[in-house]
Design a protein around this ligand. Structure first.
Ligand code: C2O
Ligand code: CU
Length: 544
């Protein structure tokens, strides 16, 4: 195993990823940032210099479990204090498993300012073959600053972020500069920064395309005109291969697909990302699938495929149901669990502010990171009343209607899990505050992979539904969907000492409280590095 050492400088720069000039956060001058390439077992060292001048930062290594290094998870308020302007913070951790992962900012809504990139960990025995390996990240893109969006979300009256202005494929998109209301001089359609991303292929070769989504909001459909995609990996786990024309991918998910350049090689093809799951005005993201030696920027002779209907929920649910673990790579799932936690996802109002809540609690981050508070018993730094494993009136709760009482409370309480026990989490979706509407939420767990043991429509039945769990070949993932008006059941073993966030990966939803935190085995966590301290009540540990 090797040590891979990176030196990154994070700063604001003016860029035009979709032809519209705005301030974005770059790493070493780029967004997306550099791709981390490693072999299974390598140690990654990132010396991160915060040159944002007036803004804190923290970076999360999405999909890396941080076994033995819970302080390197990069979750501000959970595992570390934010990195102050001018400071350099060292992240050091082992990539213990092959697969496709990502990294991104985990402070406020900073991720959507452009601070993200890919992690690719190569392993030895893969159950499929290909000639070349590529990574891309799909994203959505807003022109307003993250501050303006965050302020709107936390205002009365509530100001929603709205549809993204464009979709980016590996950091490149295209906004129509003649859109009414576009200020003169900020949008330049001929700027080379917004020339489409080009994926060049050699006729006859097979490519492993590693696709990650880090959208702030959008659920996406991804396709390559005229080419089938064979899905072989999801969130770092090999799946029983299945073929799709378009892949649905949600924020926080990664997939590897195999694509063979087996079509007419005398032309190029469109690569399309399309926003689905909510009615929207966002134009599709376009890139070029370029058959060598055609000119890379030559437009395909066809109209880009228009993609699936935005509201085809069934097709999206079917993809979730199609995913199975690869038969030779099944991680046996414990057949019973020790604890069941049912998390009801609702939209609420607290003192007039619009929120998302889990079991009627809208999550807020504490000022002292939990990892330090729990390790050092600073229990006054957050709410000690644990959130409930199930809401009081669960039986009587009608998930299909707008609730007569939409109040909730906010809290920074967390779930404490008994070390090494098996925990089932049921994510239960419900109607929002508008009639006849329930959204799709991609939930991401830090520090773990979990088995996805079941999906269902409607309300989870505590006594019947567990009988239908897939306890034979469920896929393991770190991000999973709860579909509209549906439920999703996960199982994991609380065997990774630390404190781990679990939240909806939609940036504005997490910001509005859609998340929670799990602690397990805190007594097994070894001495915390002082570099994660300095804020809130952790200051005491830095005093001489
Ligand atoms: Cu990729 Cu807590 O997030
Ligand atoms: Cu959500």
């Amino acid at each position: 195993a090797r040590i891979r050492h990176y030196r990154w400088e994070v700063k604001y720069e003016f860029k035009s990823p979709d032809c519209y000039r705005k301030l974005v956060i770059t790493i070493n001058g780029r967004t997306p940032g550099p791709t981390i390439l490693a072999q299974k077992g390598d140690t990654i060292v990132v010396d991160l210099k915060n040159s944002l001048l007036t803004e804190n930062v923290a970076i999360h290594w999405h999909g890396i479990r941080q076994i033995g290094t819970p302080w390197a998870d990069g979750t501000e308020g959970v595992t570390q204090c934010p990195i102050l302007p001018g400071d350099t913070f060292r992240y050091k951790f082992v990539v213990d498993r092959a697969g496709t992962y990502m990294y991104h900012a985990h402070y406020g809504m900073q991720r959507e300012a452009g601070l993200y990139g890919s992690i690719r960990v190569a392993g030895e025995d893969e159950p499929f073959v290909y000639d070349y390996d590529r990574s891309i990240i799909l994203n959505d893109w807003y022109h307003r600053s993250t501050y303006e969006q965050a302020a709107g979300l936390s205002s009365v009256p509530f100001v929603w972020v709205g549809d993204p202005q464009s979709l980016l494929i590996q950091g490149k998109g295209r906004f129509n500069c003649s859109t009414p209301g576009t200020a003169a001089g900020v949008c330049n359609a001929t700027n080379p920064e917004c020339s489409p991303y080009v994926f060049t292929v050699v006729p006859g070769k097979t490519y492993r395309l590693r696709i990650g989504s880090l959208t702030a909001l959008a659920a996406l459909s991804f396709e390559i005109e005229g080419h089938n995609l064979t899905v072989v990996e999801a969130d770092g786990h090999y799946v029983e291969p299945f073929v799709v024309k378009n892949l649905y991918i949600y924020s926080g998910e990664t997939y590897s697909v195999l694509v063979t350049a087996n079509q007419d090689p005398t032309r190029n093809y469109w690569v399309v990302s399309k926003m689905v799951s909510r009615n929207n005005t966002t134009p599709n993201g376009l890139a070029i699938f370029n058959y060598y030696p055609n000119h890379p920027t030559r437009s395909p002779p066809t109209i880009p495929p228009s993609g699936p209907r935005w509201n085809d929920v069934e097709a999206r649910v079917n993809q979730s149901l199609a995913i199975r673990s690869h038969p030779n790579y099944i991680h046996p799932v414990p057949q019973t669990s020790d604890r069941v936690i049912i998390l009801l996802n609702t939209q609420n109002t607290i003192n007039g502010f619009r929120k998302w809540s889990i079991n009627n609690i809208s999550f807020t981050l504490p000022h002292t990171p939990y990892l330090v508070s729990l390790k050092h018993n600073l229990l006054h730094t957050f709410d000690q009343t644990p959130p409930p494993d199930i809401i009081n009136n669960y039986e009587g709760y009608d998930i299909n209607i707008v609730q007569p009482n939409v109040n909730a409370t906010s809290s920074n309480s967390l779930y404490r899990l008994k070390y090494n026990t098996t925990v089932d989490i049921i994510l239960q979706n419900a109607n929002m505050m508008d009639a006849n509407n329930s959204e799709t939420h991609p939930w991401h767990l830090h520090g773990h992979d979990f088995w996805v043991v079941g999906y269902g429509n409607g309300k989870f039945n505590v006594s019947e539904d567990p009988k239908r769990y897939n306890l034979v070949n469920p896929i393991m993932k770190n991000t999973v969907l709860v579909h509209p008006y549906g439920w999703t059941a996960l199982r994991f073993v609380a065997d990774n000492p630390g404190v781990w966030a679990f939240h909806c990966h939609i940036e504005s939803h997490f910001y509005m409280g859609m998340g929670t935190v799990f602690e397990e085995g805190i007594e097994k966590v070894t001495k915390l590095p002082s570099s994660i301290m300095g804020c809130g009540d952790t200051k005491r540990f830095l005093q001489p």
